[in-house]
Ligand binder design. Structure first.
Ligand code: GLA
Length: 385
């Protein structure tokens, strides 16, 4: 186990023991993710290219012999939540993190799994609001931990679908499957090309000498603020107007023929072109062709900025600075749902120190601080430790 995971394991175990008076039965780890390309394509039945990263959420758990669930969140000042499994839990609302726990347990039960009560401690080392999927990692970890506690084994694809349903139906963000699926199925050293219609996954090796850099703009984002669901509705309206079940099935000729209003046309154009870019990027990555990959990432960012309108000026600046520092041997774009969060960059490992130095010198967060910069290798998906 690496030092970062060991520190998190020690912390979640210590909080559990302090709060509940004994050691946990088991601990589950579920990673965050960074998406290399393919943004807002997942809920359009399209393609995405994420990888799991090192930072993660851990859930320590033991059984209770009744149907109560007691939860402590180490990262929120040991805030507590307590609820019964029967009747089914309702939303907590006052503590957003708690709804990922309640929602996941509710969906698991609705899926036919008999769960016992539990004592749960949660801790993570993913930066919040960075667009690195800490909430999906939480739902996946909570789901896996409760299943394991009750001796139930389901495949990780189903686990991801349950975690996604908790976010859509209980928390209320109409998200796609990308974040939960990569947290559940991530593979060390690989990005995963995911077909979000069939859920078929193709592993793409990221060579040792290629680095993934994540730079947090310092502008935090919230998914539930309505913009996300708006975009999804616009995409569905565009697909319906073209007579296809999802934008995955449309091309630019269909779009031109449909004569939609300017905004809906732009939203659909982003998704249609982004799907093709994602397939092309997976190809380029597999061939270690960082020049082509970089061009596709630049086009993706421009499309998110101009057509899908989900970037913000701070991220546009950060991406421009990164591109300038990287040159043409690699690329960069905003990653995640948008309206803040982080930029992802891919470059030869040998370029990392220089790029890091120029970003530290040139970019400041809105608070005037140097940005958080993470250098990542793709890691594995959810696991019982
Ligand atoms: C969020 C959602 C994902 C996906 C991305 C945008 O992370 O949870 O399902 O739609 O935004 O690509």
């Amino acid at each position: 186990m690496n030092a970062q995971d060991q520190a998190l394991l020690d912390r979640v175990t210590a909080v559990f023991t302090e709060q509940f008076g004994h050691a946990p039965d088991l601990v589950v780890r579920a990673p965050g993710r960074v998406n290399l390309i393919g943004e807002h394509t997942d809920y359009n039945d399209g393609f995405v290219l994420p990888c799991a990263i090192g930072p993660a959420n851990m859930v320590a758990i033991s059984k209770r012999d009744d149907d109560r669930v007691d939860v402590v969140a180490a990262d929120f000042d040991d805030a507590r939540d307590s609820f019964a499994l029967i009747p089914p839990p309702e939303r907590n609302l006052s503590q957003p993190w708690a709804d990922y726990v309640r929602g996941t347990l509710l969906v698991l039960q609705n899926d036919g799994h008999a769960l016992s009560g539990a004592k749960i401690a949660i801790a993570g080392n993913l930066p919040k609001g960075a667009g690195l999927s800490s909430s999906a990692a939480l739902a996946v970890a909570v789901g896996k931990a409760n299943l394991a506690l009750n001796g139930i084994d389901i495949d990780n694809r189903r686990l991801a679908q349950i975690a996604q349903k908790a976010e859509c139906d209980f928390v209320g963000t109409q998200c796609g499957i990308m974040d939960q699926l990569i947290s559940a199925q991530g593979k060390a050293d690989h990005a995963l090309l995911i077909d979000c219609r069939s859920l078929e996954v193709t592993d793409i090796l990221i060579p040792d000498d290629v680095a993934i850099m994540i730079v947090h703009s310092g502008v935090t984002r919230g998914l539930v603020d309505g913009h996300y669901n708006d975009r999804r509705r616009q995409c569905e309206a565009a697909a319906a107007a073209m007579g296809v079940s999802a934008l995955r099935d449309a091309d630019l000729d269909n779009l031109a023929a449909a004569n939609l209003d300017a905004v809906t046309t732009a939203r659909a154009r982003h998704v249609i072109t982004e799907n093709q870019r994602t397939l092309d990027a997976a190809d380029a990555l597999a061939k270690n062709d960082l020049v082509t990959l970089g061009m596709l990432m630049a086009q993706s960012h421009a499309s998110m900025r101009d057509d899908f309108e989900i970037t913000i000026p701070a991220i546009d600046d950060l991406v421009a600075l990164l591109q300038n520092a990287i040159g043409d041997q690699g690329g960069t774009r905003m990653t995640g749902g948008g309206f803040g969060g982080a930029a992802v960059a891919i470059m030869p490992r040998a370029r990392v120190a220089d790029v890091q130095a120029s970003i530290n010198a040139a970019y400041k967060t809105p608070n005037g601080d140097a940005p958080l910069i993470m250098i990542e290798r793709p890691g594995p998906g959810v696991a019982i430790l």
